[in-house]
Write a protein that binds this ligand. Sequence first.
Ligand code: ASP
Length: 348
Amino acid sequence: MRLTPALFALLLAAATLFPGCAFAPATPTPKTFALAIHGGAGTLSKNTPPERRKEYEDALAAALTYGRDRLALGDSALDVCESVVRILEDDPRFNAGKGAVYNEQGQHELDASIMDGSTLRCGAVAGVRTVRHPISLARLVMEKTRHVLLAGDGAEKFADGQNIERVSNDWFDTEQRRKQLDEALKERASKGAAASASAGATATTPDTPPADRRRDYGTVGCVALDAQGRLVAATSTGGMTAKRWGRIGDSPVIGAGNYADRFIAVSCTGTGEQFLRHVVGKSISARVELAGASLDDAVAALVDRTLQPGDGGVIAVDRFGNLVARFSSEGMYRGLADASGRFEVGIF
Ligand code: ASP
């Protein structure tokens, strides 16, 4: 049948009068809110006893419940994402804030960023050493400066003038991360490098990935759509175990490891250098905005085809409240919830 102007007008009128009918434009009904969280792509191994797995699942469920309940009360995605990330930063199981990994000098250098997709306002910090909640410092950069990203001493100096909790660098220590650093340095030494934890800054270490890539990973993130239709992404990390002093990953780089706009919000985890190269956050958005891809397809294109197998994963939400969590690593700590009652946590 030929689509004449008269037939078109008829179909249009039918679609307007009967929005549920087959001719109606395929616009999904927006969910009033939706959120996803992650605790990084560097997970426990699949052989871990169920009791230990459950500890992680319970921690994810608690953070997800908190975020979901606040969104249900009508709180802003910005406040919710910041608060959920603060909870995960305080949890020593995840590589952000307390429990962050060590760099090759045995120090913690933390990166974080936050972005409000409704205004494109964003803030980020990199290489901070004494701020208990880097995500909150990132938000202060967004709200109190005209800049987007402050790094190292400059970020610490900015924190001095803010009402924000400070801790000594060893406050972030945990035995588990120390063990991972020791293993990483031992592995390097056995590869013939002249590295040591104390001489790390000048050592000539081979920059090859570790045998167990799970050591490369760990980050926390939250993406949310609130009842006002605003999309926000927040990400915080200790980076990669035994990273070089001064190394900055994708998490504080807007458009790479963290991004939000009118279409989507995305938070990434994995080998940061790969997410930087492929500008993963913005690339997902561009596929949705410019190519009309579904969120699912846009995320799959990046995670399954652009990135290499094992590079990591992403969580994302779009303006209709569709949620996606996809990874090519062995696992990714994650949780998804929305206004329809969906509530899921998973690791593998
Ligand atoms: N993407 C983070 C980084 O490279 C690490 C991670 O997410 O696992 O700093």
